[in-house]
Structure formats: C-alpha cells, structure tokens
Design a protein around this ligand. Structure first.
Ligand code: BTN
Length: 254
C-alpha cells in the first residue's frame, strides 16, 4: 500500500475478495491480537449487517466495505463517540474526493440529498480492564446504480455516483477515509471531543431541527438541540423538558 497517507491505520490491511461481513472478521482478528489500526476490506459481503441487526446491502465492487480495529486507551463508555468521530472523517473524505456535501444524521448515517450513502457501526470488545478493541465498520455506497440496491431500500439509499453521475475511484476514497480517520481519532484521543463536536455539529442535518426519535419503548418529538461531549443527543420536547437520547432512529419533521 505505497499510497497510504497514514502512519497507523491501514498499515496492516486484510484484503478479502468476498466474506460474510468484515465486521465478523475484524472481531475474529482482534481476538487473535491484530494490532491497533488493522483494516479489513472486502469487495462484497454476503451478510453485511447494520445497526439494530439490520441487513446491509454490499454490492460487489461498488462500494467500500470495511472494518477498522482500534485499540484506544479509553473507557468503554466512550465507544459511541468513535461513531461520531468516524462520521466526520467520512464527510471530509467524500468532500475531498467528490466535492459533494454530505450531512450527518445522528448517530451514524451520512446523507446526500436526504438519502443514506454511508452507515457506520461501532462495536466493542471489552473486559474488566476496559476496551480490548473497537471495531468501526464503515459501509460507503460509491458506484451503485439504483438497481444495485435491494427494493426495500431504494427509497432511502443513494450512492456517490447517483449524485453526480461520476464513477468514484474507490482506492482514492479509501486512502482519504483512512487519512481522516487517523487524523480525527488522534485528535479525539489527544484533545477530547471538543473540536470534533464543533465539526460534527456543523455537518449535522439533525441539530436545530424538529425531529421524531423512535426508541425501543417510546417515541419523542421535539427539537434536537445538540449533542453532549459524550455524544448523547439532546432533545427538547414541547413541554420544555430536555431528554438525553442514547439510541434511536431519527426522522426529520418539517
Ligand atoms: C448502519 O447504518 O446501520 C451501519 C452499516 C454498517 C455497514 C458496514 S459495511 C462494513 C462493515 N461490515 C458489516 O457487516 N457492516 C459494516
């Protein structure tokens, strides 16, 4: 990988032609002791998975399907923040390579024109000593056409190519993505979430807007006021109460 612009992330790269899910492989490699920054990259997944056990479409040769193993020295409670850090890296990479202007929908969706082009799934291996490994899965729709998506997601998904008709160089995208991932995870580890929170909020389509948050047990409507330093979404309902949302599906209301 002579063209990598990183010192750590991607220095060990496991490239697999086809696999059920890079996420599953990365868990296995992490357990076997894969070093900090190991990247698992594939051309297609037969059982790609998303948040909340949803399935993730991974058309052959059309996207970037990868999982990054990190071994940061932070408490497990901080794992969700890595999703937000990765989201900023994804936005910067897409901007740099394509000139498109993506938005982030809390917590882990990257949108173009209101449709999802990238999803992020952060998973944790931890024990009494703390985080053993963080597995950050990133699925980026790069060169799909509408027919490459399964019918259920055709109304909500998009790809970079569907935005401007241009085929994206996936290698360039990976290179840029790994570069920003390294920059921003380092920034986060050295300086905390402050700076990244400002960047995250500037790219967010959620903050300042009326939203509906669907959670396992209830649905709340209100204004998304911001995120905390822990990455918790702050939702103000009509009765004036501020709710901290840890996990939900967000819908924009107009
Ligand atoms: C989501 O939006 O729900 C998260 C989607 C994450 C998809 C990526 S693709 C690479 C990695 N392997 C998987 O099985 N999932 C993640």
């Amino acid at each position: 990988q002579p063209l990598l612009k990183t010192a750590k992330i991607g220095q060990v790269m496991e490239y697999i032609d086809s696999c059920p899910s890079t996420q599953i492989l990365a868990h296995k490699f992490a357990q076997e002791g894969a070093p900090d920054g190991t990247v698992v990259l594939t051309e297609t997944q037969t059982a790609g998975r998303g948040r909340l056990a949803r399935k993730w479409d991974s058309a052959p040769q059309k996207g970037i399907w990868m999982s990054v193993i990190l071994r940061p020295d932070v408490v497990p409670q901080k794992a969700p923040q890595f999703t937000l850090v990765a989201a900023v890296a994804v936005v910067r990479a897409i901007e740099e390579v394509t000139g498109l202007k993506p938005e982030i929908k809390w917590p882990n969706d990257i949108l173009l024109n209101g449709r999802k082009c990238t999803g992020i799934l952060t998973e944790l291996q931890s024990d009494a000593d703390g985080i053993q490994a963080l597995i950050i899965g990133i699925g980026m729709n790069a060169n799909q056409e509408l027919e490459d998506f399964s019918p259920e997601v055709r109304d909500i998904a998009t790809s970079l190519k569907m935005m401007d008709g241009k085929t994206v160089d996936r290698q360039e995208l990976v290179r840029s993505l790994l570069f920003y991932l390294e920059q921003y995870t380092n920034l986060y580890i050295e300086q905390g979430f402050k700076m990244l929170k400002i960047m995250w909020e500037s790219y967010s389509s959620t903050i300042g807007r009326p939203v509906r948050a669907r959670m396992a047990k209830e649905t709340l409507e209100g204004i998304a006021e911001g995120i905390t330093d822990e990455g918790v979404l702050q939702l103000r309902t009509n009765d004036g109460k501020l709710h901290g949302i840890y996990s939900a599906d967000i819908e924009m209301k107009n």
